[in-house]
Design a protein around this ligand. Structure first.
Ligand code: HEC
Length: 104
């Protein structure tokens, strides 16, 4: 039984760490990007709808663009498409999306 105690304690500690990570509620950029991939492409390089490629943009540029769409102070001819997307995003989600997309 003693031999099992350490692995069990480690497993318990790991489970606690993992649940703490989920409970912290940090938005997951990858999961959020699933909604964007249809228009922007899995790697952010799709431009079929007249949108500029997201690939290569900095995290900050992306987060600012999203905040601008949400506030209706940014955008081009097709901004209507993005205003709906950005309207529901929190600042933390915009940052998570920027961080994720900038590394694609
Ligand atoms: C229905 C299609 C569609 C979806 C879904 C969509 N986008 Fe867009 N996106 C566009 C179009 C079209 C533009 C260009 C809009 C304009 O004229 O300003 C654009 C522009 C952008 C820009 C500005 C790029 C630049 O260089 O100025 C960012 C950033 C962006 N989208 C991020 C996202 C993110 C993040 C999501 C998911 C939450 C998303 N988009 C979902 C179509 C879409």
């Amino acid at each position: 039984m003693k031999r099992l105690a350490l692995p069990l304690a480690l497993a318990f500690a790991l489970a606690l760490t993992l649940s703490a990570a989920f409970a912290s509620g940090a938005p997951d950029g990858k999961a959020l990007y699933a909604k964007c991939a249809g228009c922007h492409g899995a790697d952010g390089s799709k431009t079929a709808l007249g949108n500029k490629a997201l690939k290569g943009l900095s995290s900050d540029t992306i987060a600012k663009a999203l905040a601008g769409y949400k506030a209706k102070t940014f955008g081009g001819a097709k901004k209507g498409m993005m205003e709906g997307q950005a309207a529901k995003l929190s600042d933390a989600e915009m940052k998570a999306l920027g961080d994720y997309i900038s590394k694609l």
